[in-house]
Design a protein around this ligand. Structure first.
Ligand code: FAD
Length: 434
């Protein structure tokens, strides 16, 4: 099915439009086909082209490469998370497995930007897990314990200090972690597209409609052509389920976000001229909010079960009202009409917050399902699934595969009923933080 996106994402609109977009319009044969050109698919293509410089690699995307969630996110490259979806991190051993993967994800991105000299507004600013509720101190203290045991540098921050750092009186308590990077996701993913090597053929606006396995080939059908491939990697993340991949183990969630215009000097002074910062919520459904390097404010405060293929302007506008309120609550001194752009994006979730990294059948591979941490983990998983699909081994694969796999999900309509009920419950718990 066609993916129809809004054109409101500031991260995308900051960049010059790409030329030379190729649509698949003939029948082709290839050694490799990668479906989905976000962080995962682009990284898989990059790695495969390094391993097999003489083989033909085709990369397809239903929309413009990189313009799905990979550009539409909040730009936190995380080393730690407090809430991974709705699951808190109770068990130390599991939490460590997760952060080991985050660390490898950060290293994968660092390697990429060093090798290709990428400017993506990289800022090792750390991040805040903040709440307006004093009673969330308990959650932060427990989290602090976990972080201490694993050696993550962090500290609890008081209201006064927070006000100085963030320019808002809204938050009463926070835990700051030194690790974690803020970046411009649009610039990062664009660099991954621009640096694809010559043996990768990219076809965009070319959704895979159907696929089947026939003897030693996989046959993939598009609107105006067919690709017969020896090996395939599915990297469609929130759209895995719609292609029938691991469909009882992951589900899409739609998020919406808005970004203000650049604050004027006067507005910026009125909030105390804070340096770039990023806040993540203490409660799962609270707002992610960020001050960018160029003095814009980003807010993401919705997460819901919605049609992943399209959100109409009317539906998006309804969510923007929540984002206006979210900004106003935190920065009452700023004007009402300050939001410049709004957009939706799709993430993939599993029941137990584990990611998908698998050979599902001979010659068929899949990587995805990162919830809100796919910048680093998607890049890592893309590279490593390419290594796995090439029958090679790596230490990273061992670390990735140590984590438990996603657990089984009930069929519809029970699944959507369960997710919606959970989201409503979490939304009520976090209502002051939206
Ligand atoms: C609002 C928002 C905020 C987020 N914040 C953060 C954050 O701060 N930090 C972080 O790490 N992560 C964040 N995420 C999550 C992160 O963006 C994703 O985990 C990451 O982009 C996943 O990359 P991907 O390449 O696997 O998937 P995607 O970027 O979703 O790419 C998948 C691609 O597959 C394509 N596709 C789908 N179906 C087909 C088909 N049938 N045929 C061909 N192509 C197809 C899509 O068009 C898409 O381009 C956020 C996401 C959203 C939406």
């Amino acid at each position: 099915m066609e993916v129809v996106n809004d054109n409101g994402c500031s991260w995308i609109n900051d960049l010059i439009s790409r030329k030379n977009i190729k649509i698949l319009s003939s029948n082709m044969d290839s050694e490799w086909l990668i479906v989905g050109a976000g962080f995962t698919g682009l990284s898989a293509a990059r790695k495969l082209s390094q391993i097999f410089p003489n083989q033909k690699i085709i990369l397809v995307d239903a929309q413009l490469a990189g313009e799905g969630a990979s550009s539409r996110n909040s730009g936190y490259l995380v080393d730690t998370t407090l809430n991974d979806g709705f699951t808190s991190n109770k068990e130390l051993e599991n939490y460590k497995k997760k952060t080991d993967i985050y660390e490898l994800g950060i290293e994968a991105i660092k390697r990429f930007i060093k090798e290709y000299q990428v400017d993506c507004d990289w800022n090792e600013s750390g991040k805040y897990f903040a709440s307006s509720k004093y009673k969330d101190k308990k959650i932060l203290e427990n989290f602090s314990n976990t972080l201490s045991k694993l050696g993550f540098e962090h500290n609890l921050i008081s209201k006064d200090e927070l006000k100085k750092k963030l320019g808002t009186k809204f938050y009463n308590i926070a835990l700051y972690t030194k690790g974690g990077i803020l970046l411009h996701p649009g610039k990062l993913v664009r660099a991954m597209i621009d640096t694809l090597s010559d043996n990768v053929q990219l076809f965009e606006n070319s959704p895979l409609l159907e696929w089947k396995k026939e003897k030693d080939k996989i046959i993939c059908y598009f609107k105006n052509g067919t690709i017969k491939t020896k090996k395939i990697i599915f990297a469609t993340n929130g759209f895995l389920k719609s292609l029938g991949i691991k469909k009882n183990y992951n589900f899409p969630i739609t998020l919406t976000a808005s970004m203000t215009r650049t604050l004027t000097d006067e507005e910026y002074n009125s909030i105390g001229k804070p340096k770039e910062w990023g806040v993540l919520p203490v409660r799962p459904m609270g707002a992610t909010i960020r001050m960018t390097k160029d003095k814009r404010i980003l807010i993401r405060n919705t997460a819901e079960v919605f049609n992943p293929f399209k959100m109409s302007k009317l539906e998006l506008d309804k969510r923007v009202i929540k984002q206006k309120i979210g900004i106003k609550k935190r920065f009452p001194q700023l004007p009402d009409d300050i939001i410049q752009s709004s957009w939706s994006g799709i993430v993939s979730r599993s029941r137990n917050s584990s990611q998908i990294f698998e050979k599902i059948e001979p010659n068929i591979f899949v990587a995805g399902c990162y919830n809100g941490s796919g910048i680093g983990v998607g890049t890592l998983f893309g590279e490593q699934i390419a290594i796995k699909a090439s029958n090679e081994h790596s230490e990273e694969i061992q670390i990735i595969e140590k984590r438990s796999k996603p657990t089984w999900l009930p069929p519809q309509p029970f699944l959507n009923f369960g997710i919606k009920t959970r989201l409503i419950y979490e939304r009520i718990r976090a209502r002051s933080e939206i």
